[in-house]
Design a protein around this ligand. Structure first.
Ligand code: TLP
Length: 347
């Protein structure tokens, strides 16, 4: 049976042997009571990496994003976010459904930013008819915008704008370590203007579960309360946090390999008839490509590729996403390209 090359997501990464050992040996306690030393260690390490005062371990990126929104916003407040953002697109509308927060989208530019003039135009004046504009959400790297990292200059500009209107900034930094790697800067620089950031341990960093929210001490105190009401207060969760610590210590620098593999994949895809992609735009581990073959839908191509041994995901009616990760080697990339080329030629 030939090996399946699974490029659906970096969320499929399995824990390393070192993580499993750390999990087995983890010291634990009741984390809701503040008694889990391993969780406390992970939170301290995460806060240090993001250069924030404090951190909170949460079950997922989705939970982290929602917790942050609910701390920043009161019922009925408005949040400005990109039309392609994960929070808007893939989190079941939890902001509204659970958080009572009104999402106001502005278009994402191809590089994952929102035009500053669009954000400015979306900010509400003080008027009894309008909700209060409270929060701006930035996603870094931007998943649906080809995994593009968002740079420091842009964050400077957004901070200035937010300050003019007394607004807060949350960064959905699910892949902030990929952004930092791609931009050759510490992740803390990329979030220095953020009032809060969520980053994920369970994507390219390969931990089995978990994300971390970082912010100032008072923010994290409130976030801890919101996490509890969402059912996210976990007990002897040091067994999972232990893997998160290994993710932060062992797995960050190797993200460069994922980026190199993604670049190789994009260059190869650009040579395949019926596929359109600009490899220059692939800066991290996410590759989106368009199908130009007449009449071929993404869902159909996904099925054909799965049968042939390559797993990818549709990201639009005629667009496909492939993500490189820890278990994918450069040989896998060559093999995947050969399979994709043969499959396209056979249609
Ligand atoms: N992204 C997943 C899917 O939900 C699409 C993926 O396969 O890429 N922010 C960003 C930018 C994300 O990409 C994701 C997950 C999340 C938040 C949510 O993280 P989890 O899955 O831990 O809730």
């Amino acid at each position: 049976m030939p090996r399946i090359i699974d490029l659906r997501s970096d969320t499929i990464t399995r824990p390393t042997d070192t993580m499993r050992q750390a999990m087995a040996n983890a010291q634990v306690g009741d984390d809701v009571l503040g008694d889990d030393p391993t969780v406390r260690k992970l939170e301290a390490l995460a806060a240090e990496k993001m250069n924030k005062e404090a951190a909170l371990f949460v079950a997922s990126g989705t939970m982290g994003n929602l917790v942050c929104q609910m701390v920043h916003c009161r019922r009925g407040d408005e949040m400005i976010l990109g039309s392609e953002s994960h929070v808007f697109y893939y989190e079941q509308g939890g902001s509204a459904a659970i958080g009572s927060i009104h999402p106001r989208t502005v278009p994402n530019q191809p590089d994952g930013t929102m035009a500053l003039e669009d954000i400015q135009a979306a900010i509400r004046p003080d008027n009894i008819h309008f909700p209060v504009s409270r929060l701006i959400v930035i996603e870094n790297t931007h998943n649906r915008c080809k995994g593009t990292p968002i740079g420091l200059d842009y964050m400077d500009d957004v901070r200035e704008l937010a300050d003019c209107h007394g607004m807060k900034i949350h960064v959905d930094g699910a892949r902030i370590f990929n952004a930092a790697q791609a931009l050759s800067c510490p992740p803390a620089d990329l979030v220095r203007h953020a009032d809060s950031v969520t980053f994920c341990l369970s994507k390219g960093l390969a931990a089995p579960v978990g994300s971390v929210v970082c912010g100032d001490r008072e923010f994290i105190r409130q976030a801890r309360r919101v996490r509890k009401v969402l059912g996210g207060g976990m007990r002897q969760v040091g067994v999972i946090a232990a893997a998160g610590i290994m993710a932060l210590t062992d797995m960050v620098t190797r993200l460069a390999d994922d980026h190199a593999n993604a670049a190789r994949l994009a260059q190869g895809l650009a040579r395949i008839p019926g596929i359109a992609i600009d490899p220059v735009r692939v800066k991290t581990n996410i590759v989106h490509f368009d199908i130009e073959h007449p009449g071929l839908l993404a869902t159909d191509l996904v099925d054909r590729l799965t049968t042939a041994g390559v797993r990818v995901m549709p990201s639009g009616p005629r667009q496909i996403r492939a993500v490189t990760q820890y278990h994918i080697t450069s040989n896998d990339i060559e093999a995947a390209l050969a399979i994709i080329e043969q499959t396209m030629a056979s249609i």
